[in-house]
Every structure is written in structure tokens, then in C-alpha cells.
Design a protein around this ligand. Structure first.
Ligand SMILES: NC(=O)c1ccc[n+]([C@@H]2O[C@H](COP(=O)([O-])OP(=O)(O)OC[C@H]3O[C@@H](n4cnc5c(N)ncnc54)[C@H](OP(=O)(O)O)[C@@H]3O)[C@@H](O)[C@H]2O)c1
Length: 248
């Protein structure tokens, strides 16, 4: 019997990067997984590749979250693993130049959408369920040009801890994973040209004691660890950092 047999998992933003790797890993451990994302073709292709169920939903749209919840309830009844992973950096820019659309998009996806995904799924969570928020080490760093992204992840960490306290009576655990730089598509969507991207990657690697970026698969292993109550049943309200030593 696999570790996560008979477990139902929902992974937001499961068609790319960390969400995709986590969905794949959860399935390999026996879970039944639904993945979401906004791009229909990408969501369906990824779901087919790993044997997940696709659902098109924008985490920033509360009606979409309601539809997702209804579909999960219809197909599976209950949820054991809720991995709230979908997120964007937004266009990186100094506070002085931030426009309200950019600010709202980051907050609506990374914070407001994550908050209401949890809020609306609470009635569906089984006793002993595991909720995992994909945060970031930027939640507690204050680098220039990343103000909204950093603040969105700091806010996420705050609600994760409150949720851990609120849901403990139902034996539901709530934790955060905070990666440092991980090789995914996310930085290619940050509004930077190729030269700037290359410079940032080199700069980051230089700052990381282990001198490399992490992989989505390494983060996925933490997702399965936190999903497995045999392994992590006493872990709640905690942030697990995976950053090659960058925050040392
Ligand atoms: N990569 C890193 O270095 C790093 C470090 C720390 C934290 N993180 C966090 O890790 C999470 C995953 O990022 P990643 O690196 O794996 O990036 P990625 O490869 O760009 O994947 C992001 C995923 O989120 C989905 N997504 C984005 N906005 C969405 C929305 N409004 N509704 C539903 N799905 C949405 C995307 O699908 P669609 O485009 O189809 O919607 C995609 O599946 C994010 O929360 C990010 O902040 C990443």
C-alpha cells in the first residue's frame, strides 16, 4: 500500500513548475489529484501526462474557487491534501513605480485568492487533512523591486499560522513551504529581458551557499512529507525553508 493511497489532493497551479512536480509526486505516492490553472491547454496537457484531473480556475477569481470547490465535492466528496501553490511575482519594479493593476494582480492571486481557497475548502477538509501553502523566503527578506510579491507571501504566512490554530481541533495541519530560487518558469514571467534574467540568476547563485538553484522535484518531496500524517503528523503552523542556505 502506498503512503497516500485513498487520499484526495487538490493542487492549485498544478500545470507548471513546483505544482506540477508536486502533483506528479503525490500521484506516485498513491493520491488522487486534481490540478488547476488558468491556461486550459496547459492544464489539460499536464493532467493527462501525470494522470491528474484537470480543472480550469483562476485563483484570483472567487467565483472560480466556488466552482472548483463544487467540482471537487461532486467528484470526490472530501479533501485530504490542499496544496495552495498558484502564485506569480508580478512585474518587478520599485515601490515608486508600482501601478495598481500590477499590485492588485499579485495580491489577488498570491494572498486574497489563497485565503479564500482555504476559506471555501475548510468544510470539505477531512479530519486529519493537510493544508500546505507555497510561500517563499522573500516573505522575510526586503530586496528592492519585489515589494508586492514579498508582502503577499508575508501575509500568506500570517494566515497560515492563524489557520493552523483554528483548524487544530479538527486535527487539520497547516504548514508553509518557503523555497529560495527554484528552476521553474516563474522568473520568465516577471517582465525582465533575457540579459536581466541571466544577471539575476548569476547573482542569485552567487548568494546561495550551495551554489545552485533548487529543483521543483526537491520542493515536491517536502509536499509529500507534509501530506503524509505518518511522517509529519506533529508538524503544524511551521514554515519549512528550502533554499540551499540562502537565508543563512
Ligand atoms: N520558482 C521559485 O524560485 C519560487 C521560489 C519561492 C516561491 N515560489 C512560489 O512557488 C509557486 C509556484 O511557482 P513556480 O515557481 O512553480 O512557477 P510557475 O512554473 O510559473 O508555475 C506557476 C503555476 O501557477 C499557476 N497560476 C498562476 N497564476 C494563477 C492563477 N491566478 N490561478 C490559478 N493558477 C495560477 C500557473 O498556471 P497558469 O499560468 O495556467 O494559471 C502555473 O501552473 C508560486 O506561489 C511562487 O510564488 C517559487
Amino acid at each position: 500500500m502506498k503512503k497516500l493511497s485513498n487520499k484526495i489532493a487538490v493542487v492549485t497551479g498544478g500545470n507548471s513548475g513546483i505544482g506540477f512536480a508536486a502533483a506528479k509526486e503525490l500521484i506516485s505516492e498513491g493520491a488522487t489529484v486534481m490540478i488547476t490553472g488558468r491556461r486550459k491547454e496547459a492544464v489539460e496537457k499536464s493532467a493527462q501526462e501525470i494522470g491528474a484531473t484537470p480543472f480550469i480556475a483562476d485563483q484570483a477569481n472567487l467565483d472560480d474557487i466556488d466552482l472548483l470547490k463544487k467540482e471537487v465535492e461532486k467528484q470526490f466528496g472530501k479533501v485530504d491534501i490542499l496544496f495552495v501553490n498558484a502564485g506569480i511575482t508580478g512585474t518587478l519594479t520599485p515601490i515608486e513605480n508600482m501601478d495598481v493593476e500590477n499590485f492588485d494582480q499579485v495580491m489577488d492571486i498570491n494572498f486574497r485568492g489563497a485565503y479564500f481557497t482555504l476559506s471555501k475548502f475548510i468544510p470539505l477538509l477531512n479530519e486529519g487533512a493537510s493544508v500546505i501553502f507555497l510561500s517563499s523566503i522573500v516573505a522575510s527578506t526586503y530586496k528592492p523591486n519585489s515589494s508586492a510579491y514579498q508582502a503577499s507571501k508575508a501575509a500568506l504566512n500570517s494566515i497560515a499560522k492563524t489557520a493552523a490554530a483554528e483548524l487544530a481541533p479538527r486535527k487539520i495541519r497547516v504548514n508553509m513551504i518557503s523555497p529560495g530560487p527554484i528552476k521553474t518558469e516563474i522568473m520568465n514571467k516577471a517582465g525582465l529581458d533575457e540579459e536581466a534574467l541571466k544577471n539575476i540568476k548569476n547573482y542569485l547563485i552567487d548568494q546561495i551557499p550551495l551554489k545552485k538553484m533548487g529543483t521543483a522535484e526537491e520542493v515536491a518531496k517536502l509536499v509529500t512529507y507534509l501530506s503524509d500524517s505518518e511522517a509529519s503528523g506533529y508538524v503544524t503552523g511551521t514554515e519549512i525553508v528550502i533554499d540551499g542556505g540562502m537565508t543563512l
